[in-house]
Ligand binder design. Structure first.
Ligand SMILES: Cc1ncc(C[n+]2csc(CCOP(=O)(O)OP(=O)(O)O)c2C)c(N)n1
Ligand SMILES: [Mg+2]
Length: 686
């Protein structure tokens, strides 16, 4: 578009910019007026005074373009074409709200208008928008993505990680920073150094920056048009900084210039620069009375509808925690072909990448010479750098990217070399991945797989060995699986990729070299339910991941004592289905849960609680947990020796259940390797 075209587009657009801003102003004034009635039972962050940014940017977009926002999102939603009635109904908590009452003002969505979503963890939506831009780039249809953020969000690390990634991949995304000088009550000068502008921060990431007058819709619009045109041509991301000012309090309907954090004089100065007045002056247009009346009628009708609409059925509160599970079909014959656990994982990813063109695999070290313990070896060579790639050291943003691409149609697999590293992405996993389906009332699914490696040995110590499976299993919306055999590893990873929910797969690295029979075929296994590894009659041993192998070994030793143990692999921690465990305990009357973590608030506690609730008869002995001590894992082999549960400890604990601990005598030398190396062939560094 040349300058002449921009000018003529602007002339046509000007009345609409004014009309759209006026409508948004009138909606928010009405919200402010009615808010004290206490019927809108959610926080509201109004944009009065900031309308030009939303309207100017969104006027440059097509309905097929995607927009994202944060807590202060009404103007963005409406400017992008979001349904007013659905927004008001949402704020009133009604069933007809755009999120069925699950989201409220801070979580709006309108898929048909291309307003994908808004969430109020500051900065947190930005990487998700970047992920949507990755989808847009892959589609190759010229779609662009816009994400609105505030000056405060520019202080969040995840935003910088997102800018870096967008620049790296030249993604079609416009970052729109509405710099209203405040983050709640904190002025910019107490948060950012005066000599450095917000735009410079984006420029430092190699992102093109554009400045516009945030209170002048025409200026915003013409610059947004130029930026969007560049984005459609694949020129890479653009960052637009828009100085502006919110008139009302940070959250709520009132003015707050008298409470001491900003002055009446400053407010009046900005009020002089009312975006509506500026727009009317610039375009030399005024809205006719009948246009204003039409807007007023629409708003009144929308409020009336929202008020008279029904509240959601309380039973709906439990809906849309998960997207429906997929049918995994009949169990496959295991056959005779042997693969290691690592090879099984690799084969699963290979098959999924071949079967689903929308799937892709990323993570630190994915294409490196060692290929994540061999689990990703050769996949980049087969599927190319677009679908199998390394990532910047930005786990938090990259998790958001994965989420954003998942909600817009892709199937990402994200790997972490240690679970400990994934902890920097807890916000994205817990606040976003787990809740996106729920908080938008099922409007979108999150078909995302996150691989996390857990384990022990060779000095992995306090920050390279944790298994926090119970943490994740505590979160509704996540699925958490821990396969312990090559057969399960392949079938469950395939099922995880096929599943429309975020699935965390925790892989114990001591299992990687373990061999087992794995069918050649593509197959998937249910992401729910335990599996019985060894049948027995006297005691139930329940464990997960590498602990299952240790229970298996303990079971062999227990034969010397004529004790028949039933070994059950928990396999799926969320959803956790304990009916097989309960049935087993009904049979044996005894249970020990061997966990791979500290005991307090752990999965062993959960299982024992469910046993207490679910068994038919009194147990023959007290249920027990075998888990790690209540301190972090030390590094030195001399000290870590006592940290991990040993096979002999399991045997001893079983004997105690039968009051036969005095008979205990270690029969094998399995323990000599079990604390630091799974077998002598397994040597460091790793
Ligand atoms: C990660 C996080 N920290 C703190 C908050 C509380 N909070 C909500 S809005 C906000 C201010 C954000 O300021 P800015 O990004 O400039 O947006 P504005 O409110 O000015 O539109 C804060 C601190 C939050 N929602 N998320
Ligand atoms: Mg701000």
């Amino acid at each position: 578009m040349d300058k002449q075209q921009v000018r003529s587009e602007l002339m046509t657009a000007q009345p609409e910019l004014l009309r759209s801003m006026t409508r948004i102003r009138m909606v928010e004034e009405e919200i402010a007026k009615r808010y004290p009635q206490q019927q809108m039972r959610c926080p509201v962050h109004l944009s009065i005074g900031q309308e030009a940014a939303a309207v100017g940017v969104c006027a440059a977009l097509q309905p097929s373009d995607w927009a994202f926002s944060g807590h202060r999102n009404h103007a963005h939603y409406l400017a992008k074409g979001g349904n007013l009635k659905a927004m008001l109904a949402e704020i009133y908590g009604k069933a007809t709200g755009c999120c069925g009452g699950k989201g409220g003002s801070m979580h709006l969505t309108d898929q048909t208008a291309g307003f994908i979503g808004a969430t109020p963890i500051v900065g947190s939506t930005v990487p998700i928008a970047v992920g949507a831009a990755l989808t847009a780039q892959r589609e190759g249809k010229g779609r662009v993505v816009v994400v609105f953020l505030g000056d405060g969000a520019m202080e969040a690390g995840v935003v910088h990680e997102s800018l870096n990634f967008a620049a790296l991949k030249k993604l079609p995304i416009l970052f729109v920073c509405e710099n209203n000088l405040y983050s709640v009550y904190s002025p910019l000068e107490v948060r950012q150094p005066p000599q450095r502008s917000i735009s410079d921060l984006a420029a430092g990431h190699g992102v093109k920056t554009v400045q516009a007058d945030g209170n002048n819709a025409q200026d915003v619009y013409s610059k947004a048009c130029a930026a969007v045109q560049d984005l459609r041509l694949g020129a890479g991301p653009v960052f637009m900084e828009l100085p502006t000012y919110r008139w009302l309090e940070h959250c709520g309907p009132g003015y707050d210039n008298d409470i001491g954090y900003r002055s009446e004089a400053e407010f009046q100065q900005w009020k002089q620069r009312d975006p509506l007045v500026i727009s009317a002056q610039e375009s030399a247009t005024v809205l006719e009375a009948d246009e204003i009346n039409a807007i007023r009628e629409e708003i009144e009708a929308s409020f009336s509808a929202a008020l008279s609409d029904p509240f959601p059925d309380p039973a709906s509160a439990g809906l849309h925690v998960y997207s429906p599970a997929k049918d995994t079909g009949p169990e496959q014959e295991r056959g005779t072909r042997e693969l290691t656990y690592a090879e099984a994982l690799r084969e699963a990813q290979d098959m999924c990448l071949a079967k689903y063109p929308d799937s892709y695999l990323m993570g630190l070290g994915v294409p490196d010479p060692k290929g994540i313990f061999g689990t990703t070896l050769g996949l980049q060579e087969t599927y190319g750098e677009e679908r199998v790639f390394d990532i910047p050291l930005s786990e938090n943003a990259i998790t958001g990217v994965a989420i954003g691409s998942a909600i817009t149609g892709m199937r990402p697999i994200l790997t972490h070399q240690r679970l400990d590293f994934a902890l920097v992405s807890i916000d994205q996993i817990v606040n976003q991945a787990a809740k996106w389906h729920y908080m938008f009332n099922g409007a979108m699914s999150v078909p995302l797989v996150i691989r996390m490696i857990i384990g022990r040995g060779w000095g992995q110590g306090p920050q390279h060995s944790q298994s926090l499976h119970a943490w994740f299993a505590h979160i509704p919306g996540l699925k958490v699986i821990m396969p312990s055999t090559p057969y399960d590893a392949k079938g469950m990873l395939i099922a995880a990729v096929e599943d429309d929910n975020p699935v965390l797969i925790l892989e114990h690295r001591w299992l990687y070299s373990v061999k087992g029979c794995v069918p050649d075929e593509y197959y998937s296994l249910p992401l729910e339910g335990c599996t019985c590894i060894v049948e027995g009659t006297d005691i139930t041993l329940v464990s997960l991941a590498y602990g299952v192998n240790e229970c298996r070994a303990a079971n062999v030793e227990l034969k010397y004592y004529n004790i028949s143990a039933e070994v059950i692999d928990i396999r799926c921690l969320r959803p956790l289905d304990c009916k097989h465990i309960i049935a087993s305990v009904n049979k044996t009357g005894r249970i020990i849960v061997v966990d791979h973590a500290e005991s307090s608030c752990g999965i062993a506690s959960e299982i024992i609680a469910r046993i207490a609730e679910g068994v038919d008869n009194d147990l023959l002995s007290r249920p027990a947990r075998l888990s790690f001590p209540g301190h972090p894992c030390p590094t030195s082999p001399a000290v870590s020796k006592e940290y991990y549960t040993k096979v002999s400890q399991i045997v001893f604990a079983v004997l105690r259940h039968f009051n036969r601990d005095h008979e205990f005598m270690p029969l094998t030398d399995l323990d000599s390797f079990s604390h630091d190396q799974p077998n002598p062939a397994y040597t460091g560094p790793f």
